[in-house]
Design a protein around this ligand. Structure first.
Ligand code: C2O
Ligand code: CU
Length: 444
């Protein structure tokens, strides 16, 4: 009896050692709906925004790698919506693309999302219905998946970068998908925000080691950030770890993209240092100031932490099938046969994704290289749903789900088609997406 009991306990201990056994279920309710919040700050009036749970950005969801997330979405908006979990490798039915993976959620309706989090990293969530308007009114939120054994930082900080287009009364202007914006750089806001506010200061203690998670949740704005007096190191891109390396020539982040930085507070107590964004050379501006307190953390010379790799299948480049994607259209190019923007000459339009036939059919388990050619005069942060890919043309060949392809440039995305279903592929400048730069790949 006693022995049997001991054996039973032994079995339990063995089970507990399996990673699954620790998987926890996290339940969250997200209500999409309007709210009125101070975005610009006094003396300007508050702004009517669309929020999750009354917050802009929406409530941060933070859990552990391997956990299961169950989200009840309640739609309190005056139009249909869905939630897409950007960068999460999940079952197709949970991907949140209206008409393609689920019925859109009508006003007053609900939808239950449930999936596991296979990868640690910095992710985010947003609607995939009428994206230009719904994100342009504020529907974005951070989804942070912590490592099973989180590396040591003094602080873990998220900056959701976005912008709004406001009038003089701090009201969001309703000019979504205007043809001029859609055919040029997208709908740039005139008010840049960090975590939903016009930022001023970010307080630091000298000597602190901060994990700074940057998420570009803007409709169209590309950032190139410079940290005066600091030498931040990139430790992850789009959630996935990369060999730690210094930011050189500014950190570029297109819409949809993320970067995790190790920011060592090497400045002097009491001093201020500016963080600037100079992506649009003529419009360079100060994003905020790093404001040092009078404190100094004890000096420690630690190497940049190497984050544990995510469980991604390595593509077989020698045997991979290569597929071409030519991005076309936009201002300064001859008129498109079909729409304003295109992939391989095709321009499915609109914010609802109804009746989108697959542009590519991929065999499950095979390796593919997408050869992306940007045959336009504009930048395109190109995004694949359902998979992460190695961005072969970049230093360190990072894993990404969204890569910025410059005008006239080529890029190569290598991945294993290991997640079955119909997945969106699109430019994450939302006005480009809705004006035709999108398609569907079917993994079967
Ligand atoms: Cu961040 Cu198709 O989306
Ligand atoms: Cu684009």
């Amino acid at each position: 009896m006693r022995r049997a009991r001991r054996r039973f306990l032994g079995a339990c201990a063995a089970l507990a050692a399996l990673p699954h056994a620790r998987a926890a279920l996290r339940e969250v309710r997200l209500e999409a709906g309007p709210a009125r919040l101070g975005v610009v700050g006094a003396p300007h009036p508050d702004t009517d925004v669309w929020t999750y749970n009354g917050a802009f950005p929406g409530s941060e969801i933070r859990l552990r790698q391997g956990d299961r997330l169950r989200v009840r979405l309640a739609n309190g908006l005056p139009q249909e919506t869905t939630i897409h979990w950007h960068g999460i490798r999940l079952p197709n039915a949970m991907d949140g693309v209206p008409h393609l993976t689920q019925k859109p959620v009508p006003p007053g309706g609900e939808f239950l999302y449930e999936f596991e989090l296979p990868d640690a990293g910095t992710f985010w969530y947003h609607p995939h219905a009428s994206s230009a308007e719904q994100l342009g009114r504020g529907l974005v939120g951070a989804l942070i998946v912590e490592e099973r054994t989180p590396p040591a930082f003094d602080r873990d900080v998220v900056w959701v970068l976005s912008d709004l287009r406001l009038d003089r009364e701090a009201r969001i202007t309703p000019d979504f998908n205007a043809p001029f914006d859609a055919s040029h750089a997208g709908r740039l806001g005139n008010t840049v925000l960090v975590n939903g506010r016009v930022p001023e200061l970010f307080a630091l203690d000298a000597g602190e080691r901060v994990r700074l998670r940057l998420i570009n949740a803007a409709n169209a704005r590309i950032f190139r950030l410079n940290f005066e007096g600091h030498a931040p190191q990139v430790i992850a891109l789009d959630g996935h770890p990369v060999a730690a390396h210094l930011v050189s020539g500014g950190l570029r982040l297109g819409p949809g993209m993320r970067a995790d930085l190790l920011l060592e507070a090497a400045g002097e107590p009491g001093r201020r240092y500016t963080v600037t964004d100079d992506f649009f050379a003529r419009g360079a501006y100060r994003l905020l100031e790093l404001a040092y307190t009078d404190k100094r953390a004890p000096a420690r010379m630690l190497p940049a932490p190497q984050l544990p790799a995510n469980p991604l299948a390595e593509p077989d480049l020698a045997r991979a099938e290569r597929l071409k994607l030519v991005l076309g259209g936009g201002a300064m190019r001859p008129r498109q046969p079909q729409g304003m923007w295109s992939i391989n000459g095709l321009s499915p339009r609109g914010g609802s994704h109804a009746r989108h036939e697959p542009m590519f059919r991929l065999k499950r388990g095979r390796s593919y290289v997408f050869e992306v050619m940007n045959d336009t005069a504009w930048h395109h942060p190109f995004h694949l749903h359902g998979v992460a890919f190695r961005s072969l043309g970049e230093p360190h060949q990072p894993w990404r789900d969204t890569a910025l392809v410059d005008p006239g440039a080529r890029a190569e995305f290598a991945f294993v088609a290991d997640n079955p279903g119909d997945w969106m592929i699109h430019c994450h400048i939302l006005e480009h997406q809705e004006a035709g730069m999108m398609g569907v790949m079917r993994i079967e």
